[in-house]
Ligand binder design. Structure first.
Ligand SMILES: NC(=O)C1=CN([C@@H]2O[C@H](COP(=O)(O)OP(=O)(O)OC[C@H]3O[C@@H](n4cnc5c(N)ncnc54)[C@H](OP(=O)(O)O)[C@@H]3O)[C@@H](O)[C@H]2O)C=CC1
Ligand SMILES: Nc1c(N[C@@H]2O[C@H](COP(=O)(O)O)[C@@H](O)[C@H]2O)[nH]c(=O)[nH]c1=O
Length: 626
């Protein structure tokens, strides 16, 4: 379907220069999705001058996927959305469309790509086409993406992938169509061979989300560095370093794109690793140690939680005295009935993780591969020989006796990095859910106004989950006073809550912290600043914080739900169900892993629900009764 013509009054009008993007969008583009060389060159030279409309569409969709990837390493992994708005240049036959706006979702809970791109395009968006690598739908109940495109006057939208999460799939496409916008979906309305690469880009940029949706585990990458004779360390276990500096730089980048990095107990004992992404000031993953015995050193770099958060996953009952010592240092210890890679991955899934990097030795790597939780491998090969019959190798015993049984990597790529070679490939190909996507009409309705949910317990946590809008990270700004009586639009409830730890303190440093939190680019950043400053400067936290924090939270969520009617509807649709914030680690606001948490956020939401329904007095003191 060719793009519709521009409204007559705009024909021949010289394009306005693209407005400057917000500063955090103006970071240099770092190539994180590895493009085939030909396409990388084409992307760098803007949109290649293809002749057919399909080729234009394909190039712009690939560009949306590339744009979507720009937040990698800066913020924790989230569904990657990119939006490119382009308009045909009608004065020259076959000329490439002109990009008038493009943007990406920076982090969970920040303004959506469609809104930012439409703002950038301004009047130029009228009659233009928006290219989206992924169907919008970060947060159920939020229609900003659709509203932005409609208001901007976009007349056609090209979607690379339907949203892989069932509760979001097809909704935005349907909503856009009902607004009279022409929507073309790759693989449905656009099927020519020209779209092969564009589809691949759209799949790759959201691989973690697709694996999560298809297999209920985070996307897992096993990375190792080995010598040319296949060893990851010398016989005695010394491994610093197998690969060169450039390769290790790439590993920092991989860590920056992950929610967590996992190692086994032996690697902690032998390497004392730090596992941080210290190349750039960006996202730092959680470090996870899997240890059954828990015979780990008393002092280790991983126990310094000022650098990054650490979780030790262990066997139920293992060395409880040592568990306490770790807890005193701020390390979280999680006990499993049977410590194994699959259960740890289920735990990571529950925690909302999209992407996990395994940097363990061969023993744990073999166990993870056997459990089918590894999806991709990055093998760095250094031009060195170390020898040693007993020197560790990247993957231990898999029980295979014939070469014909070997696991074949697919979609493999080879890249030279300094003097090393990086071989990467998939053990399990990226699941393309499109063949099994039902048509919109066949889809079970998840509209709470139509059919109330039957479940007695409704859990929510990440903003992209079914009831993600209940999360304090959801992108619903609230307009509330900032402590000086001045009204301020807080980007999320999280910003408001974290800042109020320091609001009203008569101290310039406390005021600076409030300002810092107000300006935090994402709710996760607001949370990080609030928590670290609270630890660093306990004297700046209001003395009544413990007594008032529930009130502060209640005021904020009340404002949020009364500002957005769709949220009120959603909350009321849960009547009769218990709401639980499924945070496995926050035992005050969340429900904990096994229901051991106090679930105060869930309780406050239930109280608000009762208040709205008029069945409960509007008093925070009564929260315990909820
Ligand atoms: N070059 C490279 O890329 C890398 C090299 N290395 C090197 O590898 C060597 C260590 O390798 P390796 O001994 O294999 O260490 P691993 O990192 O694989 O650790 C193995 C340990 O993991 C723990 N574990 C927990 N659950 C399981 C499970 N289900 N299956 C298996 N293990 C589990 C156990 O810890 P516990 O005993 O505490 O119960 C076990 O001893 C070191 O010399 C290190 O330098 C390590 C990583 C990368
Ligand atoms: N030896 C080796 C790697 N080893 C991995 O890196 C960890 C050390 O990370 P850090 O302490 O953050 O520098 C170590 O424990 C192991 O998991 N990685 C590589 O890219 N190349 C190497 O040669």
């Amino acid at each position: 379907m060719p793009p519709p013509p521009a409204p007559p009054q705009l024909r021949g009008v010289a394009p306005a220069p693209v407005a400057a993007a917000p500063s955090f969008l103006r970071r240099p583009v770092r190539t994180r999705v590895r493009l085939p060389a030909a396409r990388a060159a084409a992307a760098a030279a803007s949109v290649p001058a293809y002749q057919s409309p399909d080729a234009h569409d394909a190039a712009l969709l690939s560009r949306a996927a590339d744009v979507a990837d720009r937040s990698a390493g800066l913020t924790s992994p989230h569904p990657n959305f990119g939006c490119v708005i382009a308009r045909p240049q009608l004065e020259a036959d076959g000329a490439e469309p002109l990009v008038v706006g493009e943007a990406f979702l920076y982090a969970q809970g920040t303004p959506c790509a469609e809104l930012l791109a439409a703002q950038e395009a301004g009047e130029q968006a009228r009659g233009a086409t928006a290219y989206l690598n992924l169907e919008p739908g970060d947060c159920y109940g939020d229609s900003t993406a659709i509203g932005s495109l409609v208001q901007a006057g976009v007349t056609r939208v090209v979607v690379g992938l339907r949203h892989p999460l069932k509760h979001l799939r097809g909704k935005a496409i349907q909503a856009l169509r009902s607004e009279g916008i022409h929507v073309d979906v790759l693989g449905e309305d656009l099927q020519s061979n020209s779209f092969k690469e564009a589809l691949e880009s759209c799949l790759t940029v959201n691989a973690p989300l697709l694996y999560r949706a298809a297999f209920n585990v985070p996307f897992s990458v096993l990375k190792y560095a080995m010598t040319a004779d296949g060893k990851i360390a010398a016989t005695g276990g010394h491994a610093s370093w197998v690969s060169g500096k450039a390769s290790r730089g790439r590993v920092f980048e991989l860590r920056g794109r992950s929610d967590a990095v996992i190692v086994g107990g032996n690697t902690v004992r032998l390497d004392d690793p730090r596992l941080t992404a210290r190349h750039v000031k960006g996202h730092v993953p959680v470090r996870i140690v899997m240890s059954q015995s828990l015979s780990l050193p008393e002092e280790a770099n991983l126990w310094n939680v000022n650098e990054a958060y650490t979780i030790v996953a262990t066997q139920r009952g293992a060395r409880r005295d040592f568990q306490k010592k770790l807890a005193m240092k701020g390390v979280e210890v999680v006990e499993f009935d049977m410590l194994n890679p699959r259960d740890v991955m289920s735990y990571c899934y529950d925690r909302g993780y999209l992407s996990v990097l395994w940097e363990c030795g061969g023993t744990l790597a073999a166990s993870a591969i056997s459990a089918s939780v590894i999806h991709k491998v990055y093998a760095f090969l250094a031009p060195k020989i170390i020898g040693g019959v007993h020197a560790p190798t990247p993957v231990g015993e898999l029980g295979m006796s014939q070469m014909t049984q070997a696991i074949h990597l697919v979609d493999e790529t080879y890249e030279q990095i300094g003097r090393d070679m990086l071989l990467s490939g998939f053990i399990q190909p990226i699941p393309d859910l499109s063949p099994v996507i039902p048509s919109v009409d066949d889809m079970p309705s998840v509209d709470p106004k139509v059919s109330p949910y039957e479940a007695n317990i409704i859990s929510f946590y990440k903003t992209w989950d079914t009831f993600g809008a209940f999360s304090n990270f959801s992108p619903h700004p609230i307009h509330m006073p900032d402590g000086n009586g001045d009204y301020f639009t807080w980007p999320t409830v999280e910003h408001y809550y974290q800042a109020h730890k320091f609001v009203g303190i008569d101290n310039p440093q406390a005021r600076t912290i409030v300002q810092e939190i107000k300006l935090a680019k994402s709710p996760e950043e607001a949370a990080r600043i609030g928590r670290t400053r609270q630890k660093e400067f306990p004297e700046l936290v209001r003395t009544d914080w413990e007594a008032t924090k529930i009130d502060v939270m209640y005021r904020a969520i009340k404002c949020k739900f009364s500002t957005y009617p769709s949220l009120t509807d959603m909350l009321l649709s849960t009547a009769g169900s218990v709401l639980v914030e499924a945070s496995p680690h926050d035992l005050f606001w969340g429900g904990g892993r096994e229901g051991e948490g106090l679930n105060y956020l869930g309780r406050l939401l239930m109280q608000l629900r009762s208040e709205i329904l008029g069945t409960f007095p509007a008093s925070v003191e009564a929260v315990d009764a909820a």
